[in-house]
Design a protein around this ligand. Structure first.
Ligand SMILES: [Zn+2]
Ligand SMILES: [Zn+2]
Length: 167
């Protein structure tokens, strides 16, 4: 076992129907996604209740998260934060709905927390719905400055076409 704060020993609960334990855990969750949409995830705070159900463990709780994200159009950065709930069942014989309880009685909350935080974060972060983004030629932030066009436009295929069309 590594030293992840999200790996918990549950031998005190196993086989003791209706036994329960509450935990508060603070730890890092690394979110790496396509498009580098999250640059860094700050530590999450997880409040979880562990309950023994026959030979299974039910983990239910809340995750307070925050992560640095940047606007998909203008690259402005901000901290996206919020709360999300999670529920995960752990079993000695895991299937697609349950996570494993190891031989020595540990469960790992990290996969469930990782999934919920990933889902809670915006798929395509935008600083505002109508963000105008950056001028692809000069990089001007079109939300704050208007770009008046570029002198070398006469070389573009579009302006050559426009000359042909002009009377
Ligand atoms: Zn933006
Ligand atoms: Zn420009």
């Amino acid at each position: 076992m590594n030293s992840s704060p999200f790996i918990l020993l549950v031998t005190d609960l196993l086989g003791r129907a209706s036994a329960r334990r509450d935990e508060t855990i603070v730890g890092p969750i690394e979110i790496v996604m396509d498009l580098d949409r999250v640059d860094a995830s700050n530590p999450v705070t997880v409040q979880v209740r562990l309950e023994a159900l026959a030979d299974q463990i039910l983990a239910r709780g809340d995750i307070a998260y925050s992560a640095q994200v940047h606007c998909n159009r203008c690259l402005t950065e901000w901290t996206e934060s919020g709360d999300t709930a999670f529920t995960q069942l752990y079993s000695r014989e895991p299937n697609e709905d349950t996570q494993p309880i190891t031989r020595d009685g540990h469960i790992d909350l990290e996969p469930a927390i990782h999934d919920e935080v990933s889902l809670a974060l915006p798929l395509v972060p935008l600083c505002k719905a109508d963000c105008l983004g950056l001028c692809p030629t000069c990089g001007t932030d079109l939300n704050t400055d208007s770009c008046s066009g570029h002198a070398d436009e006469s070389n573009s295929p579009f302006s050559a076409l426009r000359q042909l069309l002009e009377p």
